[in-house]
Structure formats: structure tokens, C-alpha cells
Write a protein that binds this ligand. Structure first.
Ligand code: ZN
Length: 159
């Protein structure tokens, strides 16, 4: 598949062009394993990223190019995007438990330098991510151990 395929919606985020494949787009990408002749992430990273997104309907996997010269033959960069008030944002996904009530969920933080790989100014992108409003526990309102910008409930607290 080529990166100008209409099944890959381009978006601009943190000064970087990212491709947001549709469901049929991913079917073809998974079968081909390449885009513009280049691998999708290193090793088994793609399957890990897609497996996480498959469990959270709101999460998407996007593809970006590394920044800088000499990176032209490097694999595509993978990132998770979550919908926020400000639109799609890059997140690092993890599961969290609320110490206040026992709520268990999948959350996304924007406060991780690594997720801005490929952005022309990752430090500025990180600063913008750190300035985003964070969410408390959706059940009891307590602060979660790692303040997320996106959260999805996996298990409500048992009364
Ligand atoms: Zn709670």
C-alpha cells in the first residue's frame, strides 16, 4: 500500500503528519506488513499496538515518519491516539486502579516524551501535552496515580 491511499486519513498533530488508517485500511496494511515499502514499526510492535486499540473502541493507531535526515528508510512510527476535547491526542496507554474507590480502567497520558517521536519539536509537543486538562477517577473523582487525558472504564468498583 502507498501512503497516499484514501483509506489512510492524514491528520496534522504536533507539527507532524500522521496517517490514521480506516478498518479496511488496517486489513490491507496487516496483510502487506509494509507501507511505501517500509515496515510498520519494529518487530512485533504493530500487533501489540493494534491489540491494545482493539480492546478500547475509542483508541486508534496512527502511523508517522521519523524526523530528521537519514531516517528515510526507517520503519514507520506507531502511536496511539485518543479522542479528547482538543481532538485527537497522542497517548501512552496503561491500565490503572483508583486507590480511592477501586475503579479499574484503561487510561492514556500525554505526559511522556517518547510518544512524540517524529514530531519536529518533541519537547514543545510534550509541554503542550502536559498543559492539557487531566481527568480524575470517573467514579469517585479522586486523582488517579498517573493523571490521564483519556480514560475508559474496565471494571466499576464493587459496592
Ligand atoms: Zn475512584
Amino acid at each position: 500500500m502507498r501512503s497516499d491511499d484514501p483509506r489512510l486519513s492524514p491528520i496534522e498533530l504536533d507539527g507532524q503528519r500522521l496517517l490514521l488508517p480506516s478498518g479496511p485500511g488496517w486489513e490491507t496494511l496487516r496483510r502487506d506488513g509494509r507501507l511505501d515499502g517500509l515496515p510498520l514499526g519494529a518487530g512485533r510492535r504493530l500487533e501489540t499496538y493494534l491489540a491494545i486499540a482493539d480492546r478500547s473502541p475509542e483508541l486508534r493507531v496512527a502511523l508517522g515518519r521519523p524526523a530528521g535526515e537519514g531516517e528515510a528508510r526507517q520503519p514507520w512510527i506507531l502511536c496511539h491516539l485518543a479522542p479528547c476535547a482538543a481532538g485527537w491526542r497522542r497517548v501512552r496507554v496503561r491500565s490503572q486502579t483508583c486507590f480511592g474507590c477501586g475503579w479499574v480502567g484503561v487510561t492514556g497520558t500525554a505526559r511522556d516524551y517518547a510518544i512524540y517521536e517524529g514530531s519536529p519539536d518533541p519537547l514543545a509537543a510534550l509541554a503542550a501535552g502536559e498543559a492539557l486538562p487531566t481527568l480524575p477517577c470517573p467514579d469517585c473523582g479522586a486523582a488517579l496515580p498517573e493523571p490521564p487525558i483519556w480514560a475508559q472504564t474496565v471494571r466499576q468498583p464493587t459496592p
